[in-house]
Design a protein around this ligand. Structure first.
Ligand code: NAD
Ligand code: MG
Length: 288
């Protein structure tokens, strides 16, 4: 038996900041991506996954877990994150799975289509589309919320999801699974995340529409709603700097989550075990 509060509890995070999008390798402590502990059971054998935001944080833990479960992977991230992505590539290949890295900016509809084309060329088809990429910047006063940030947050978090799902749809066979990433912010918005929280509510809602729309194609659409998780997103301006040392401690479990603790939900929703689950959102929030 493992007491996960002991395994994952960090009482104090050092104050730190990086420019967006940030590197996980430069964080202290480094987020736990599950590489050391995850045990696979061939639950995704022969599946082909396109994962966005897969270089770091939650997406990285998902990629590593998927490789342990037998999936091949195409990984998207921003060019500035190449070194984090190369680490993921090394881990996935050491597990005997195929992986292709495709850096690029999802704010471009043209790139979103090209990413799907590259994924299909490499994998043959796509059976799991996992949308994890996201942008979060804390702004205390709406007077300071720039139009550039507003557009970038909505484009990254909402528009890119629609563009990628549209592009991937012709390649998704019956039995495929789409997984979006919303947030506790969809239901419990913080006052300083007006734009971000709104995008996550939109994503959660869209997940339900699309689950209904794709039901007769045999394609399931579900979402994961993380709570406070120790990832680069938080220290590049997603969180107010003064909240970093005690990050996550207001949850019932009184600690932040680690990316490794999210992977199971994404494996579950991608696997055939969840053949009767669609339009659902799974909270992984430490009890929030
Ligand atoms: P992260 O910084 O590790 O991951 C976010 C990733 O998004 C980056 O690695 C980057 O590759 C990608 N990204 C951002 N803008 C992009 C763009 N324009 N084009 C392509 N890729 C882009 O942080 P994370 O916390 O693991 O975030 C993953 C997801 O989880 C996000 O959608 C985030 O909103 C969501 N989430 C995180 C938390 C948390 O506490 N960390 C809580 C709720 C939801
Ligand atoms: Mg990253």
């Amino acid at each position: 038996m493992t007491d996960t509060n002991e395994q994952y509890k960090i009482n104090h995070f050092p104050k730190q900041s990086q420019a967006e999008p940030g590197l996980q390798s430069r964080m202290s402590p480094t987020p736990d991506d599950g590489a050391a502990d995850y045990v696979g059971h061939e639950r995704l054998k022969y599946k082909k996954a396109l994962i966005t935001g897969g270089d770091s944080g939650i997406g990285r833990a998902v990629a590593i877990a998927y490789a342990h479960e037998g999936a091949d992977i195409v990984l998207n991230y921003l060019p500035e994150e190449e070194s984090d992505a190369q680490e993921v590539k090394g881990i996935v290949e050491s597990l005997g799975q195929h992986i292709k890295l495709v850096p690029g900016d999802l704010k471009s509809e043209i790139f979103s289509q090209a990413l799907v084309d590259e994924a299909v060329a490499f994998l043959g088809d796509i059976s799991i589309l996992v949308l994890v990429a996201g942008k979060q910047q804390a702004v205390v006063d709406i007077a300071e919320l720039s139009t550039t940030q507003l557009i970038d947050t909505y484009t990254t978090n909402v528009f890119s999801a629609i563009w990628l799902i549209k592009a991937a749809l012709p390649h998704l066979q019956p039995g495929s699974s789409i997984i979006t990433t919303n947030s506790i912010q969809a239901d419990q918005p913080a006052p300083f995340l007006v734009d971000y929280a709104g995008t996550k509510a939109a994503l959660k809602n869209m997940t339900i529409s699309l689950a209904k729309q794709f039901a007769n194609r045999g394609i399931r659409v579900n979402s994961v709603a993380p709570g406070p998780i120790w990832t680069p997103l938080q220290i590049v301006g997603g969180q107010l700097p003064e909240n970093i040392p005690t990050f996550g401690q207001s949850t019932p479990l009184k600690r932040a989550g680690q990316p490794a603790e999210l992977a199971g939900a994404y494996v579950f929703l991608a696997s055939d075990e969840t053949s009767y689950i669609t339009g659902e959102s799974i909270k992984v929030t430490g009890g929030l």
